[in-house]
Design a protein around this ligand. Structure first.
Ligand SMILES: *C/C=C(C)/C=C/C=C(C)/C=C/C1=C(C)CCCC1(C)C
Length: 250
């Protein structure tokens, strides 16, 4: 009786629920990453603090959504598509802001930021339609969504983000932009694979799971983006303090 009751009231993680495990580890790792990025802000030079704040906001927004998504998964074993896309619509534009903050001191323009945000929103809205509203035409919507993705990849690999970063005299900035671009190119490329596992999608019969792939992608990309920025901030702070010290000693 008590057993039955508790299985109604308390949805528990079952052994073998690999996808459920990734919802929990995703939640906890992004929560921990947020604490880390927020705490480390005071350790870096002032001009890096906004970037670290954004890193922490990205993982924090994701952690809160993972808390809810984890619950939806446990109770229904279905994809928490709505929470997923709300999360992405907030966090992907913030990842564009990370690019902008890096190139801004070297002539990066707000028009570049708005282009990146525009591509992201286009990618996510059309992706959502294909996943939730018009799944019968998932392949078509996936193809349309990919145009937005290509726009972001273009900006980061050839367009204005890359051009400004190349001209930057700060080696940490150009390196960080290059690493973030690799995340966009390779890490973000995980998501369309997840999307294609939908019924009727291009990889629909391969036994892959959309949530498993998205959960791995989110942890890698969101924490990875934050760590790239953190690494650049620490290296740049250290290099500049050495410069100041040699100037003082001279
Ligand atoms: C933190 C969340 C991130 C970085 C999410 C990124 C999501 C994408 C790059 C999604 C891309 C998609 C396509 C390129 C086509 C199919 C539909 C999407 C939305 C899964």
């Amino acid at each position: 009786m008590l057993n039955q009751l508790s299985s109604i009231l308390l949805e528990v993680l079952q052994p073998g629920d690999v996808i459920g495990f990734t919802f929990f580890t995703g939640y906890m790792s992004m929560f921990a990453a947020s604490v880390f990025f927020f705490m480390e802000r005071s350790e870096v030079d002032g001009k890096w603090r906004t970037s670290l704040l954004i890193s922490g906001l990205i993982t924090m927004i994701a952690a809160v959504h993972y808390f809810y998504m984890r619950g939806v998964w446990l109770e229904t074993k279905t994809s928490p598509t709505e929470f997923r896309y709300i999360d992405w619509t907030l966090t992907v534009p913030l990842m564009c802001v990370e690019f902008y903050l890096l190139i801004k001191p070297y002539g990066g323009k707000t028009s570049t930021l708005w282009r990146l945000v525009g591509y992201s929103v286009f990618m996510l809205v059309t992706g959502y339609i294909g996943e939730s509203i018009d799944p019968a035409r998932t392949v078509l919507w996936g193809a349309v969504s990919t145009l937005g993705y290509i726009g972001i990849v273009y900006e980061a690999t050839l367009g204005s983000v890359k051009q400004v970063a190349d001209q930057s005299p700060n080696p940490e900035v150009s390196k960080a932009v290059r690493l973030l671009r690799n995340f966009v190119l390779i890490g973000w490329g995980i998501y369309p694979i997840g999307y294609m596992t939908m019924p009727g999608g291009l990889l629909g019969n391969m036994g892959l799971n959309l949530d498993l792939i998205y959960n791995i992608g989110d942890a890698v990309n969101k924490i990875g983006f934050g760590l790239v920025v953190y690494g650049a901030a620490v290296a740049s702070t250290k290099r500049e303090s050495v410069k100041v010290m040699t100037a003082v000693n001279a």
